[in-house]
Design a protein around this ligand. Structure first.
Ligand code: NAD
Length: 420
């Protein structure tokens, strides 16, 4: 029998539970998604035909507050992936002590094959289908893979027309003009960046260290910019199509120009010593810091042994399978895990929601300062816990989150588990 992604993710829960004295009811509550709704979105294409797309929204657990999590548009999206991502969001929000539970949504679609107006109709159809589940005090979506601020803006607009009032706190990652927060665009990368910089001494890396980045979208491109900006050397970058290996380093401006032009591989002609890199080969590139910033399970049993970096910063969700994680641990490679390293995105999403609700907006400096403090505080606590218990940083992050979740579950009282 094949193991589902969610089953694999739940291994982390069992592992964390061994380090805490927990009421078994806590685990029973966290082992299953609370509710997952699926539907088919039927939209009108530009040529007049109709096409339908599978769509899901999962609210995994809302013990600590309304569920929070992105919406992914991807041709291989599945219910298993959505539920797993929602499970990770539950733990991520607890890691950062945000007053949220975990959720996630997806549409099974390749958005690159849709026109802008088809994409808008699909985004609005998603909100029409799930408006009964979603809401500022119930479930708050955000962008994820292949969704962005423009799509969040359409969804916020659709929600406002359904409920008959402007309600910006229903969704985060919106355009600034519609109540989005300053600093949300690069927040995921910036959170990982602050964490890495805070732990540089312990990790034995710093400016001058060589970085390989898998994925050059929101998370990956901003990470390249931030690390390049403080003197790290970006030696390899891939996206879904191609990549570049430049042992002498590549500038962020060159990467952006290539991405918007002929593709990352085109840089191989202009940089000395550079070569084209296939997306599959970045994992084994010689570097000090490997940054997976694409999709799940791209570092697996078959390639984990080739990883050369000292540190892996998981900006993507679930980029390392449990088997690969064990291989990396044996090699002494430290993994800064997704539920901590990429939590900057949801943290600034929380700031956006707070600003929407208070109707008062912060400067980008205030956002950065608050994000930095959160990443450093939670990161330091988890680092110390890992050292104290002699466990991996990932296990420590799960223990840190699970103790908060357990406290909240117990505080609710056992009679209320599945009734709210
Ligand atoms: P994005 O759509 O902006 O970018 C995804 C990138 O991955 C694209 O460059 C794509 O070409 C690339 N890619 C896809 N398959 C690849 C492959 N096999 N090899 C190399 N590159 C590949 O998405 P994003 O928002 O940057 O999300 C990336 C990861 O970060 C996801 O795991 C997402 O869940 C996670 N994440 C994103 C946010 C956020 O705020 N955007 C927050 C937390 C976590």
């Amino acid at each position: 029998m094949t193991t589902s992604m969610l089953d694999q993710a739940l291994v982390r829960l069992d592992d964390a539970a061994q380090h805490l004295k927990l009421d078994p009811d806590v685990l029973e509550k966290l082992k299953y998604p609370r509710e997952t709704t699926k539907t088919r979105l039927l939209i009108r294409m530009d040529d007049g035909s109709r096409k339908s797309f599978m769509a899901w929204r999962c609210r995994y657990d809302d013990t600590r507050g309304p569920t929070k999590g992105g919406i992914r548009f991807h041709p291989e999206a599945s219910i298993d992936e959505v539920e797993t991502l929602a499970f990770w969001m539950t733990f991520k929000c607890a890691v950062m002590n945000l007053p949220y539970g975990g959720g996630k949504g997806a549409v099974q679609v390749d958005p690159r094959k849709l026109s802008k107006s088809e994409l808008e109709r699909l985004s609005r159809a998603y909100m029409q289908a799930f408006a009964g589940i979603i809401g500022p005090d119930r479930d708050i979506p955000a962008p994820d893979v292949y969704t962005n601020a423009m799509i969040m803006g359409w969804m916020a607009d659709e929600y406002a027309s359904i409920v008959g009032r402007v309600s910006p706190a229903v969704i985060t990652g919106k355009p600034i003009a519609l109540g989005g927060s300053l600093g949300r665009d690069d927040a995921t990368a910036r959170g990982g960046f602050y964490l890495l910089r805070h732990l540089e001494t312990e990790l034995g890396v710093g400016p001058g260290a060589r970085v390989a980045i898998q994925g050059f979208g929101n998370a990956g491109s901003h990470m390249a910019n931030l690390l390049h900006g403080v003197g790290y050397k970006i030696v390899a970058v891939t996206d879904s199509r191609s990549g570049i290996h430049a042992p002498g380093g590549v500038s962020y401006d060159d990467l952006i120009a290539a991405k918007q032009g002929a593709g990352l591989a085109s840089l191989a002609d202009s940089l000395p010593g550079a070569s084209v890199l296939s997306p599959d080969d970045i994992v084994g590139v010689d570097c000090d810091v490997l940054v997976p910033a694409a999709l799940e399970n791209l570092i697996h049993e078959g390639n984990a042994d080739t990883v050369k970096g000292k540190v892996v910063v998981e900006l993507a969700n679930g980029p390392i399978t449990p088997e690969a994680d064990a291989i990396l641990a044996k090699k002494g490679i430290i993994v800064l895990p997704d539920i901590l390293a990429n939590a900057g995105g949801v943290t600034v999403s929380y700031f956006e929601w707070v600003q929407n609700r208070q109707g008062y907006y912060w400067t980008v400096g205030e956002i950065h300062d608050r994000l930095k403090a959160s990443m450093e505080n939670e990161g330091r606590a988890i680092w110390l816990l890992a050292n104290d218990r002699g466990i991996s940083v990932r296990s420590a992050a799960y223990v840190h989150a699970l103790s908060r979740l357990a406290e909240a579950i117990e505080a609710h009282g056992t009679q209320q588990f599945f009734t709210s």
